[in-house]
Design a protein around this ligand. Structure first.
Ligand code: SF4
Length: 177
């Protein structure tokens, strides 16, 4: 199921994933339901091997968003990105996805398509703020779990309390991350 365009509009994040150093973090937004991941044989098998329960996770990221309930660890987004926005979270911290929410990562996870820990891994937009809006990651995702929308910076900032309305009515591009 394609990620919904309004996944973060007027919603409250369920948590955040931080990049060590205190500079950047990205929000995790409410789940849109258990979709592709729960029906994918390889993902289900990997959860079984870990003896982990599959539960609703949510959407990781705001301007660069990956629906973790839809992500089947294909890695096409990771391969497509020219500036390594994504990492396989589990190659840095081998913990259940639900526990990755509200964790801090160093950003040292793999950004190579075939280096996923296994199919319970997820592509995480750990360097969301480095995105250059090339859109290469969007069309390559098999379950259409990735949405890139620079305009969603407004929702990132509103949730962070850093949103400043400009006279023109648009978001301040220089507001803090
Ligand atoms: S839009 Fe381009 S730069 Fe941004 S995350 Fe996707 S592939 Fe990377």
């Amino acid at each position: 199921m394609p990620i919904k365009e309004d996944f973060c509009h007027d919603k409250k994040p369920v948590g955040k994933i931080s990049l060590a150093g205190g500079e950047y973090f990205h929000w995790v937004w409410p789940s849109q339901g258990l979709v592709e991941a729960s029906k994918d044989e390889q993902v289900v098998a990997a959860y079984k091997t870990h003896k982990e329960k599959m539960e609703k996770l949510g959407v990781s990221g705001t301007m660069v968003a990956v629906d973790w309930d839809s992500c089947v660890a294909d890695g096409a987004c990771i391969e497509a990105c020219p500036v390594q926005v994504f990492q396989w979270y589990r190659t840095e911290k081998d913990i259940p996805a639900i526990k990755a929410i509200n964790e801090t990562f160093e950003g040292t996870g793999s950004a190579v398509k075939e280096e996923r820990k296994d199919y319970s891994d997820n592509a995480d937009p750990i360097r969301e703020h480095d995105c250059i809006w090339c859109m290469a990651c969007v069309s390559v995702c098999p379950p259409q779990a990735v949405l890139v929308d620079q305009g969603n910076q407004e929702w990132h900032e509103k949730a962070a309390g850093t949103f400043q309305k400009m006279e023109s009515g648009s978001a301040n591009p220089h507001a803090e991350h």
